[in-house]
Design a protein around this ligand. Structure first.
Ligand SMILES: O=C(O)CCC(=O)C(=O)O
Ligand SMILES: [Fe+2]
Length: 317
């Protein structure tokens, strides 16, 4: 296992329209390593550092204040949790769109700390991630030679999820798993990380390689839903986090379809199926790699969250 080797992933700028050469390069990145850096006007260096500081400030709150926001207190899977087990070694906080309960069993209000400006700061961050995510997904759509908003139409409200994560330093100083190998059940995931390092991706050659932080940019990876919709034309890259000697802050933002949306394989002008070497260890995933049957996104997400079937191999309903 090539632990500690770094893979260089391409950088794309989403500050304006992309030409055909650039969308073709984006397509190659999405079909190949499945990870890239994205610069976007809403996430310049200052904003990225502020977001990381905001998350750090949350984890610095008194333990009792965080515990009062426990995810078990939310009917909508929003809130705080702490995990210390073989797969996970972290504390995290889930936020989503702020809505009254009722429209869908997964939509509803967030849990907010009592002190400070959390509500406005977090909702602004979610809105900006959604804007940047749409711009990036539209670029990927163009790279597939589809109309830019075919994957996520302008009028569709995506189901979004922002996680603040704090990876705890290993108690014995030995590197250990902070997040076990998995793919994301999303269209795409956008990620901000501090400078601690520890995220690695499984390359198409089946090697774990580090994705180093790049200040002032977002890391983007392809999710399982996009791999499914493109009949594995784009690659949902397995990734994991190893906790090293110091703690680490990250903020993944999952851009998903709307909860009422049916997802099926999209007819594409250009075909091509990703090839990848066998994975070096078990990867948690929701869909079988060769899945082809359309599914209802809101139902699938409910099965994952409400019924706890977060890996098709590890946990069955
Ligand atoms: O913290 C990270 O860098 C990645 C987190 C992640 O993969 C996830 O939450 O799905
Ligand atoms: Fe992930």
């Amino acid at each position: 296992m090539a632990a500690g080797r770094t893979v260089t992933i391409p950088v794309f700028d989403f500050s304006g329209p992309m030409d055909a050469g650039e969308t073709a390069r984006l397509h190659r990145a999405a079909a190949g390593i499945g990870f890239f850096h994205a610069t976007h006007p809403l996430f310049d260096g200052k904003r990225c550092s502020q977001a990381i500081q905001l998350a750090r400030g949350f984890f610095d709150l008194p333990a009792a204040e965080k515990q009062a926001l426990a995810i078990e207190n939310s009917a909508h899977f929003r809130g705080y949790s702490e995990m210390r087990n073989a797969r996970d070694w972290r504390e995290q906080m889930h936020f989503g769109r702020e809505e009254p309960a009722g429209a869908h069993r997964l939509s509803g209000p967030n849990l907010w700390p009592v002190s400070g400006e959390w509500r406005s700061e977090i909702l602004r961050l979610i809105a900006d991630f959604e804007t940047a995510g749409r711009d990036i997904l539209n670029g990927i759509s163009s790279g597939l030679r589809l109309p830019p908003d075919q994957l996520l139409p302008q009028e569709e409200a995506p189901y979004v999820l922002l996680k603040l994560i704090h990876y705890l330093p290993p108690p014995d100083g030995q590197a250990r798993s902070g997040v076990a190998p998995h793919v994301d059940f999303s269209w795409i995931t956008l990620l901000l990380q501090d400078d601690a390092g520890g995220l690695s991706a499984c390359t198409p050659e089946g090697q774990w390689q580090d994705i180093d932080p790049r200040p002032g940019s977002l890391i983007v990876n392809i999710g399982e839903i996009l791999q499914f919709a493109t009949s594995a034309g784009l690659r949902a890259t397995p990734h994991r986090v190893m906790n090293r000697t110091r703690d680490r802050i990250s903020l993944p933002f999952f851009l998903n379809p709307g909860l009422d949306r049916w997802i099926g394989p999209i007819p594409l002008a250009q075909r091509g199926t990703i090839s990848a070497a066998p994975e070096p260890e078990h990867v948690h995933r929701v869909l079988p790699i060769s899945a082809a049957t359309p599914f209802h996104y809101g139902e699938a997400e409910w099965r994952r969250k409400g019924q706890g079937v977060w890996c098709r191999d590890c946990v069955s309903a």
